[in-house]
Design a protein around this ligand. Sequence first.
Ligand code: SF4
Ligand code: SF4
Length: 394
Amino acid sequence: MELEIGNRPIIVYGAGTQNLRLAYQMLDAAGIDILYIVDRDTQKQGKSFWGTKIISPEKLCAFDREQSNDYTIIITVRTETTIREIMQFAAQLHHAEVTTFEQFAIEKQLNSRFIKINMIQTHVTDHCNLNCARCSHLSPISEDYFLDEGEFEASARRLSELLGDELHEYQLAGGEPLLHPQCYSFPYIIRKYFPKTDIVIVTNGTLLKHADEKFFSSCRNNHVELWVTVYPIRLDYEQVRAKLKAEKVKHVIGNSGVEDGTIKEMWGSAYHLINDRHGQENFERCFSRCFMLRGRRMYICAQGAYSDILNKAFGTSLPQLEENSVDIFAVKDREELVRKIKQKIPFCDYCNSIHRQKSIPFTISKREITEWVDPASLTEEDLKKYGGHAHGQS
Ligand code: SF4
Ligand code: SF4
């Protein structure tokens, strides 16, 4: 289905943060072509993101002068002062209608309108060797889990039958993927079925100095990009960078694929124990979408994909996994997969994603339920019932 955006060219403003990635993926998934990305950082100008050129604000002015029809600028930045600055700059343009990504996504109901699965993530391990409070993939309360090569290969083959070349990026994440002794094998499997797809391994970087030649040659042979997330821990990130340079492995040291070296900040609790019956609204306003493949099932977000870890750790009873997912072997074709996965899931009724607090400084997890469940949704009785530490943890 075509979006009713008046066939206006779309330009995205802001290439500097992970917000670009989020906005670009959602716009692309909704079938919207992005003409340019604008950023005032000269280091970024002239480069591309997912094939779209990054231009300077001056080039945008020149583009504007050549236009006789209106076009739309979508601001990806979320800091209010920067949004104001961009709005002030855009006031001099004659044909631009300017909006923020958030306004645009909600108004156009992007979440219900996507037509493309352009990025998928799979956990290589659920557990991790760090223990970050509020870890959005619940690693501190996960049991040890290692992705099975045979099972992953069967799912990758099936996905390639369904999606062909449309998958732009495959992320291998966790937990900490390098805890898996066969971590090197998964990029070969992805490359076998997705010759043109970008492959990313998301790691905390702590095990790279012990990684062997099999791992680094897999990264080189399969054109993997390593995303090393920066935490306030005793790790010399310059040494990590030097090692990756020496091994000739493409890498980014920062957050979510952005080379900015900033320390990761955490998000507030995503889970809500009360069914607020606002699932559709939560879904429409949600920007935490990330297709996850777990076993043979696909999920629209990590929250829905890993609610069982929370249930197991604390004895809560959030909606079961099957209700939140689509079996990729049970759909007849790509269209059925897209149709089924573009809808709100039962877990959206329990999701606090749109109200999550942002930018919480890193702390060590005490494995308490309030790191993941919104305290406002917990009664005193709940706290007695589920409170304290996760089962089996101290
Ligand atoms: S390093 Fe990442 S996966 Fe591991 S506990 Fe911290 S946030 Fe979670
Ligand atoms: S469960 Fe939450 S994060 Fe997942 S799609 Fe629904 S609202 Fe978004």
